[in-house]
Design a binder for this molecule. Sequence first.
Ligand SMILES: Nc1ncnc2c1ncn2[C@@H]1O[C@H](COP(=O)(O)OP(=O)(O)OP(=O)(O)O)[C@@H](O)[C@H]1O
Ligand SMILES: [Mg+2]
Length: 222
Amino acid sequence: TSLRGLADLLRSGKISEETRRERLLGLMAGECGRLTRFLTNVLDFGKIEQNAKVYELKETALGPLVRDVAELVREGHPDAGLELEVVAPESPVTVRADADAVRQALLNLVDNALKYSPGRKEVTVDLAAGPDAVVITVKDNGMGIAPGDRDKIFEPFFRSSQAVARAPSGVGLGLKVVKHIMDSHDGRVTVESEPGKGSAFGLVFPRARVEKETREPPFSST
Ligand SMILES: Nc1ncnc2c1ncn2[C@@H]1O[C@H](COP(=O)(O)OP(=O)(O)OP(=O)(O)O)[C@@H](O)[C@H]1O
Ligand SMILES: [Mg+2]
């Protein structure tokens, strides 16, 4: 789908049915989202290479952020065949984070989950808070990652041959940007995958250190 083509179609006046117009607008919104994700990755990668990417860490509520991203993605995929589920606790979960960056990281993971899942797409975004860490997991039932590719996928411009065959238009910058974002939050990215079955990527945020330090005795023995 191209933004231009969709706009032309809407403008032609040939689509009279309201539901079909709504669907086209949804597709356009999705296309705008993908373009924005792509441009942000390219600009951020440029800054990362120049050591000029700056993150602004603030107390950030992750529940609403995760739900917003899911809503955006659903809106951009008006066609059936996508089941995007969000699992998050009722109580607020906050970490020190750059909200825009976390949103970009999550969008990159969800985009991959959809892109590399042929056929029926079942994607779960799970937010879980433990005593030491908060984790956002994005799980898909897609094509999975070959064990030999596991370490390469975070390298800029790396794309597996299966990925290129399935989605020729990718760039290979998404996970590089995700990793930089998590490194800058003192966090990490985890990957679990079974070829042919699916993958799960985790964004792991350490729990606020200040809070912990004040709770610990000042001269604990080590
Ligand atoms: N959920 C997934 N399932 C299967 N393979 C994946 C998944 N996520 C990432 N990969 C593999 O890791 C590679 C790198 O992912 P990355 O997001 O960095 O780039 P991309 O998706 O190819 O392009 P883009 O820059 O547009 O995101 C992919 O090309 C694919 O081979
Ligand atoms: Mg990607």
